[in-house]
Design a protein around this ligand. Structure first.
Ligand code: ZN
Length: 149
């Protein structure tokens, strides 16, 4: 389970890093997904992943552009743009791809550290579960009861 999750996470990390690289030089959306009725959209462009609550929100520039109609707040690279036009309101949230790449890296790294620890323990004759010295034990770990393989 943990291994599967780590593998999926590793793939997502690579995919977001790839998108990041591919969209860095683009100021338009390279990847676009829209919900039914175009109510919500996820776009990828300019090194950013953007969630928009209204894809007709052309009044506010997508990739960090600012117009007279929009208000923009940026904190730690995350840009929130709100706009209003003819009685309609919308919001875009743009997050740098690299943030997702880093977040998706955490699980694979944890898996790698866990695997390295197991290999080290096995090589040193220690319990794989708790690290107890098993050189004088047979069958089970006297500390945690894990079967010795
Ligand atoms: Zn043990």
């Amino acid at each position: 389970m943990f291994t599967t999750a780590a593998a999926v996470s590793f793939f997502l990390s690579g995919a977001t890093a790839f998108l990041w690289g591919m969209t860095m030089a683009q100021d338009h959306a390279l990847v676009r997904w829209r919900s039914h009725e175009h109510r919500y959209a996820i776009l990828s462009g300019a090194g950013m992943l953007m969630l928009s609550d209204d894809t007709s929100a052309q009044a506010g520039a997508y990739w960090g552009g600012k117009t007279a109609l929009s208000k923009q707040t940026t904190l730690l690279g995350v840009t929130v743009t709100t706009w209003a036009l003819a009685g309609r309101y919308g919001m875009h949230v743009a997050v740098p791809h690299v943030y997702f790449s880093v977040i998706f890296c955490v699980l694979p790294l944890a898996w790698l550290l866990k695997t390295l620890r197991r290999v080290r323990r096995k090589g040193s004759g220690l319990c794989l579960h708790c690290g107890y010295d098993l050189r004088a034990s047979r069958d089970r770990c006297p500390e945690c009861g894990t079967a010795i393989s």
